[in-house]
Design a protein around this ligand. Structure first.
Ligand SMILES: [Zn+2]
Ligand SMILES: [Zn+2]
Ligand SMILES: [Zn+2]
Length: 140
């Protein structure tokens, strides 16, 4: 029997016109279960049983990024965090809030901001990503 997450993941791949490989399914499921952005390393830890090597995980993430199923959420301490793109709109990602005291980053999925206008002639905006900094409720 296929689980609900399996079905959801294979539907996402089908809609993105990507082949349904074990690796793609596994990474989508990890991100769904996590419900928050993860580093490639954290994804690998959760895939230990599947025995996917680093290169495969990297390539699989790249293919999911390319079709827009996964977004690079933010960069922290020189490492990218990846998340499912299902809580982002076509041109805008939900903002992320990083606490400068504890370092935790939160997804602000219910916050929408006005879309920036092109600053000068010739610049074309494809996507708006906003990062906020301050203190989280636990540290304020
Ligand atoms: Zn996004
Ligand atoms: Zn904090
Ligand atoms: Zn997020």
């Amino acid at each position: 029997m296929k689980s609900n997450l399996d079905l959801q993941a294979s539907k996402m791949l089908k809609e993105a016109k990507l082949y349904c490989t074990q690796g793609r399914l596994a990474i989508l499921k990890v991100l769904m279960e996590a419900g928050r952005p993860l580093r490639q390393e954290q994804i690998a830890e959760r895939l230990e049983k599947q025995r996917l090597d680093k290169v495969t995980i990297y390539r699989t993430l790249q293919s999911l990024l390319k079709v827009g199923l996964v977004h690079k959420a933010y960069l922290q301490e020189r490492t990218w965090y990846f998340e499912l793109a299902d809580k982002c709109s076509k041109n805008q990602c939900h903002p992320h809030f990083t606490c400068t005291n504890c370092g935790e980053t939160h997804c602000l999925t219910d916050m929408s901001l006005p879309m920036a206008k092109s600053p000068h002639k010739g610049f074309v905006i494809h996507r708006q990503q906003v990062r906020l900094e301050g203190l989280c409720p636990a540290c304020a």
